[in-house]
Design a protein around this ligand. Sequence first.
Ligand code: HEC
Ligand code: HEC
Ligand code: HEC
Ligand code: HEC
Ligand code: HEC
Ligand code: HEC
Length: 437
Amino acid sequence: MKTPKAILALLVLLPALLPATGGRSLAFHEGGAGECEGCHTMHNSEGGFAVASNGRPAGMGNRYLLKGGDSSSTCLNCHEKAGDVGPTSYHVSTPGSEMPFGVPPKQLGPGGDFGWLRKSYTWIPAFGSTLSNSEGDRHGHNVVAGDYGYLQDALKMTAPGGSYPAASLSCVACHDPHGRYRRDQDGSIAVTGKPIRGSGSYAIGAEPDAAMAVGAYRLLGGNGYYPKSLGPAFSFINGPPAAVAPADYNRSESTTATRVAYGQGMSEWCRNCHPNIHRDGSGGGLVHPAGTEAPLGGVMVDYYNRYIKTGDLSGVEATSWLSLVPFEAGTNNYALLRNIVTATPTKGPSTADGTPRVMCLTCHRAHASGWDGATRWNTKTPYVTYSGKYSQEGEAYQPYGQGRSEMEALRAYYDRPASLFSPEQAALCTKCHTSVP
Ligand code: HEC
Ligand code: HEC
Ligand code: HEC
Ligand code: HEC
Ligand code: HEC
Ligand code: HEC
């Protein structure tokens, strides 16, 4: 356990890393290390009382003097809130008590609501079939957050296609709580050097210049990153991805789609923990390229742009973006990525922008989703919609909706009305492939 002395020692070292606050009402991390007191209790006390948690007697406090019983719980103190009426800004989790049977999680950020991990489903696919199921654990990254009821994955001990221990999977396995990774004017990433002036995740706001840097996309860990509690054995070797999100990133997509301009490096970043996934058949048998090895090429770019839904290839580049099947533009040109988000958010892939690619987040969400394998659409059924609906709620056999209520399936598709798809919509692999290979 670290002593207050260690914290104080770091306080001396860290000021140079502290970002100038931009005065935004929501500001906390500002792309770098937020106020220490947001996450740590300086004197092992809170509001005048000694901190006790996780069975430790009062006065013993939490590891690293954290305000929560563990790292992820400390994050969720702010990133999960009871009583949200809908998607709310930086919230990424819905309390279990607000999701009775048939009621979905609320948050619709691009990463996905961890609340899906709390929802398990069973259904009977056809007459005479046995009960099928979709366990909550399968719906994403099982972050360990004891105070909020999130437990380690019961089945997977390590990251598939790699060896990262599931017991150490927490928010800070992926995000650097001290936001040290920063992007300089020339696009390079460093952990020291120019001070961080603000978040580097958004289309509008701070930009790096000759004197100042901005935070890495979503405070993600870069080359050399590891949480102190785990140690350096599983250090990342690939840097954070280049991407730009809109300011209003957590919202219902019932009328318009949310556009994140993914630039490059997401697949390489995921491979920090999943180096061999989909290369050696460890991904449920699916072998699929991603990242620099997977350019769409001119023919597939054209097909993505023409594809609207099953049976309709009348689309055009300007309006072909489908947030359920995103791609990487294949560039780290931030001016271009920012422009896509603000000026042409519905634009599809274009070889004029870069080398458009498939990436891990083409098919997966980074946190969790309503489907097995944290996929963006249900990859375990041939039909995304059937008879014009996502779900067969109330019917005896549920081969396509698979136990999700219509409200849950709709939410899993980010509120995109089923009517925008064909009444018998094929798997979304067909946004790129003429048929599901
Ligand atoms: C967003 C939350 C957050 C903020 C803000 C934060 N920390 Fe931390 N800090 C953590 C977490 C979580 C850990 C434990 C990481 C782990 O699991 O290894 C930690 C660990 C530490 C450690 C021990 C391990 C190490 O990395 O050396 C020190 C020292 C520390 N923090 C100091 C600070 C100081 C000083 C500040 C203010 C400048 C600060 N922290 C701000 C979340 C935070
Ligand atoms: C004291 C409240 C608080 C705590 C504790 C906290 N956050 Fe945040 N977080 C916020 C707020 C407010 C925002 C939105 C404004 C901002 O980005 O500063 C945010 C935004 C973020 C973002 C998006 C930032 C960007 O620039 O794109 C990430 C990622 C994030 N938090 C991760 C974490 C992690 C991981 C932890 C735990 C180690 C944590 N937060 C702990 C309040 C908090
Ligand atoms: C497996 C890695 C991983 C873990 C674990 C993880 N995140 Fe993230 N997080 C990401 C990535 C990657 C993104 C960017 C997603 C995108 O833009 O599509 C992200 C995005 C975010 C955002 C922006 C909102 C959004 O939905 O895109 C916040 C806030 C955030 N994370 C907080 C957290 C908190 C809090 C935890 C722990 C409860 C956590 N993350 C755990 C990888 C992770
Ligand atoms: C073309 C779509 C697609 C792409 C691209 C893709 N995946 Fe997958 N992935 C899937 C599907 C489908 C599954 C099986 C999901 C299920 O049924 O549980 C899967 C499963 C997985 C699993 C779980 C494997 C297991 O043993 O349970 C991991 C981990 C994974 N993918 C990570 C990644 C990473 C990391 C990348 C990028 C390097 C990536 N995927 C790219 C579609 C994709
Ligand atoms: C810090 C390490 C780490 C990073 C980075 C990471 N993962 Fe994982 N991932 C894990 C671990 C550990 C597991 C196994 C435990 C679990 O499933 O909760 C896992 C499981 C998965 C699963 C299987 C979920 C299930 O239970 O079926 C998928 C899919 C996946 N990761 C995709 C990704 C994608 C996509 C990225 C990049 C956005 C990524 N991972 C980045 C550590 C990581
Ligand atoms: C964003 C576009 C895109 C999407 C969506 C997509 N793929 Fe692919 N897929 C590609 C590209 C690019 C390649 C590599 C070039 C090629 O084989 O045409 C590829 C290759 C493949 C291959 C051949 C792999 C090999 O190494 O032999 C299979 C099989 C495949 N995809 C299956 C799928 C399945 C199944 C899905 C849906 C779960 C899917 N793809 C979704 C773009 C996509």
